[in-house]
Design a protein around this ligand. Structure first.
Ligand SMILES: Nc1ncnc2c1ncn2[C@@H]1O[C@H](COP(=O)(O)OP(=O)(O)OP(=O)(O)O)[C@@H](O)[C@H]1O
Length: 304
């Protein structure tokens, strides 16, 4: 763990379409903040088109002391993937609607407070995960939430209200899949309402799907919610919002370093990875990449 490492040259990766703030004003604020403290700052704007390849190419050409992701969960995951297995740390200025990883890392949700990371921080070296070959720093899931995120993504309306409306609609007709999971520790098979591959703890919605699991412990959890009767829903929701995941009869967690997830009868399945929906061929191989990402966190938090 390093505290107060001097960061001279900073890159801010900005998603022009995330958040509802004026981006020109935001860039001006960052520039002033960094120049006042003797930092050099540059900006990189995502286009939504091959951003990972372009960013990786740029990072091979120019050496930075830190790269900040200024956007939502998708932008954070993009920059995290570009930096994984390297020595340059990731900083986060949360601008999205969920901002899950930044919350798990104890990064302030206020922009001015988050910018202090350029100046005061310590470095956490966290694990990352590969889910069916795709990068995940935070949470990936199959089942109910993946379906809701896909519908949410297709719609024009953002925010928690839109998510709840879609979730309520989908819940009425949702049919749980059966999963076969083989980990390096155990085998589990059964139907699940939702299956989360959790490197981290908390969704952007503040649902704590994987409480008390450090991001740098060299393992991930598969958090399962069984199909449940309607009458059990309020209790499960209460547990999810109060870090009580394990308290329910309908939940279980498998802790492991490697897993193969099959969905009998299906060759492809919908997966939500760090906020972005995608279809993956089955079986899905999941593997931890221990201590693979350096990330700047506030001095006064341990990260979770
Ligand atoms: N210039 C751009 N134009 C259109 N789409 C873009 C652009 N830059 C990035 N994207 C797309 O934006 C998505 C990532 O958005 P991001 O998660 O940063 O913000 P958000 O969706 O507003 O936040 P949240 O996920 O928290 O709601 C990706 O799908 C990416 O391809």
């Amino acid at each position: 763990m390093a505290a107060h490492a001097q960061l001279e040259r900073l890159l801010f990766v900005l998603n022009p379409i995330s958040g509802d703030i004026d981006k020109a004003e935001f860039e001006g604020k960052i520039t002033d903040y960094c120049l006042e403290r003797g930092r050099k700052v540059e900006f990189y704007h995502t286009t939504g088109d091959d951003d990972l390849q372009h960013l990786q190419h740029h990072l091979r050409e120019v050496a930075y002391d830190a790269v900040f992701a200024a956007g939502g969960d998708g932008t954070v995951s993009l920059v995290a993937e570009a930096l994984t297995n390297g020595t340059v740390p990731l900083g986060i200025v949360p601008l999205g609607s969920g901002n899950g990883l930044s919350k798990d890392l104890g990064i302030p949700q206020d922009i001015d407070q988050a910018l202090r990371l350029t100046w005061e921080h310590r470095t956490l070296v966290m694990d990352t995960v590969r889910v069916g070959g795709k990068f995940s720093a935070h949470l990936a899931d199959l089942g109910f939430n993946a379906l809701v995120v896909e519908q949410f993504d297709k719609g024009d309306v953002r925010g928690p209200g839109a998510y709840v409306r879609i979730a309520t609609q989908e819940y009425l007709s949702f049919e749980p899949e059966t999963y076969h999971i083989q980990t390096d520790v155990e085998v589990w098979e059964g139907p699940a309402f939702m299956l989360t591959v959790a490197n981290a703890n908390t969704f952007g919605s503040n649902v704590v799907i994987n409480p008390e699991s450090p991001l740098d412990d060299g393992q991930f959890e598969i958090c399962l919610i069984d199909p449940f009767p309607n009458a059990a829903a309020p209790g499960i929701l209460y547990n999810l919002y109060t870090s009580g995941f394990d308290a329910s009869d309908y939940t279980r967690r498998l802790c492991c370093r490697r897993a193969t997830i099959s969905v009998p009868g299906k060759t492809e399945v919908l997966v939500q990875i760090d906020g972005e929906p995608c279809n993956l061929p089955t079986p899905i191989e999941v593997e931890i990449n221990p201590k693979s990402l350096r990330v700047l966190v506030p001095l006064n938090t341990q990260g979770r």
